[in-house]
Write a protein that binds this ligand. Structure first.
Ligand code: NAP
Ligand code: 8YV
Length: 328
């Protein structure tokens, strides 16, 4: 029997089946339909020490679990988890960095090509029989040739996208709050300055208050009429009304979007934009990569309960150690 097998680990809502299976084998699996404090029974409150989730985890939910020590988030982006509150309550939060970086960067390039060269629309033309009945698909106004690419969020995935863009022979620049040491690409101190210097903006910035609606009308106007905007980061970083307007009135040329503010709901105004390529948040969604993410989420739990430290803690809880849980 694994030494961790008697430790109750909660899974609120849906989670990758491989993660659920491993938690069931290596811990005592406790399931809840949602991360709702009202669903926490005295039995769960009194026993649960670990959790793995891919849903919103509020401060109230953390407080409803007074014995909780660790939240293993399924995903590198953890804006859905109140990590600041977790840190102040002495609860560790982990995420799944690196194992999805290359997959998500591949998807970003796919979106960029879809948006610029209209590949989904060209395929639709063929499937509708229009190639045979009407002739060739119209030449695309967009091209990658001559483009200058700006990356909003030059972190792990941003760097992987930049490497791919370099292979296309295009110059790269970026905006982060701070210039990245050892990175030679041009850094712009503000997003609007970056947008003004490029015609292709790829956002891979995290969600949260510091990036809320960062891509707004001003940024899109700075990008200009040849502008292409790709978002593989989080929908909350974009003013979606302003984006739909900019696509409709020609302020920018096209967009490729994998993420939306209120998933899985996509605003009608964006659905109506024929110059936008829209994907249902599939950045990391291959069997291979999702399994590696599931393993890393569970490995964090195992490492915490056997070694007393996680593998990939998030910054807000980096100093949390076993026994740090504060009661409120
Ligand atoms: P990362 O290595 O932490 O990179 C994030 C970058 O964003 C950092 O370089 C950071 O630099 C910058 N940043 C953070 N806040 C900022 C702000 N307010 N203004 C400007 N720049 C800011 O994370 P990653 O592994 O590359 O992942 C990035 C994000 O991609 C995730 O958080 C997630 O939201 C998204 N993602 C999406 C998918 C998908 O399926 N579509 C899959 C995986 C990840 P500074 O701190 O110096 O500003
Ligand atoms: C996942 C993601 O689809 O890692 C992230 O931040 O957005 C994606 O890889 C998501 O986290 C699953 O909920």
């Amino acid at each position: 029997m694994a030494p961790t097998q008697k430790i109750p680990v909660l899974v609120p809502g849906r989670l990758h089946p491989h993660a659920v299976e491993r938690i069931g084998k290596e811990f005592e699996l406790v399931a809840l339909p949602a991360a709702d404090p009202k669903l926490v029974t005295p039995q769960i409150a009194g026993t649960v020490r670990g959790m793995s989730s891919m849903t919103t985890v509020s401060a109230a939910f953390i407080d409803a679990l007074p014995n909780l020590e660790i939240i293993a988030n399924f995903g590198v982006g953890y804006d859905a988890v109140d990590a600041r509150h977790a840190g102040s309550a002495g609860v560790m939060v982990t995420n799944t960095p690196d194992v999805l970086t290359e997959e998500v960067a591949d998807t970003a390039i796919g979106l960029l090509l879809n948006a610029v060269r209209e590949l989904p629309k060209a395929e639709g033309w063929l499937r509708a029989g229009r190639w045979a009945s009407e002739g060739n698909y119209p030449l695309t106004r967009g091209t990658l040739r001559g483009r200058r690419v700006g990356i909003f969020g030059m972190g792990r995935i941003g760097l992987a996208i930049a490497r791919r863009i370099e292979a296309f022979g295009l110059p790269v620049s970026y905006h982060n709050r701070r210039a990245v040491e050892g990175v030679a690409y041009a850094w712009y101190p503000t997003l609007v300055e970056l947008a003004g210097a490029v015609d292709t903006l790829i956002s891979v910035a995290p969600g949260g208050p510091s990036t809320e609606k960062a891509v707004d009308r001003t940024v899109l106007e700075a990008l200009g009429p040849k502008g292409v905007f790709v978002n593989i980061g989080r929908g909350s970083t974009v003013d979606e009304d302003a984006l739909a307007q900019a696509l409709a009135d020609g302020t920018i040329l096209a967009a490729g979007l994998d993420v939306f503010r209120n998933e899985p709901n996509v605003p009608d105004a964006l659905l109506e934009c024929t110059n936008a390529s829209l994907l249902p948040h599939v950045g990391s969604a291959s069997v291979h990569t999702r399994k590696t993410m599931a393993d890393l989420a569970v490995d964090n739990l195992v490492s915490w309960f056997t070694e007393g430290r996680p593998l990939t803690p998030v910054a807000e809880t980096a100093s949390v150690v076993p026994g740090a849980r504060k009661q409120r």
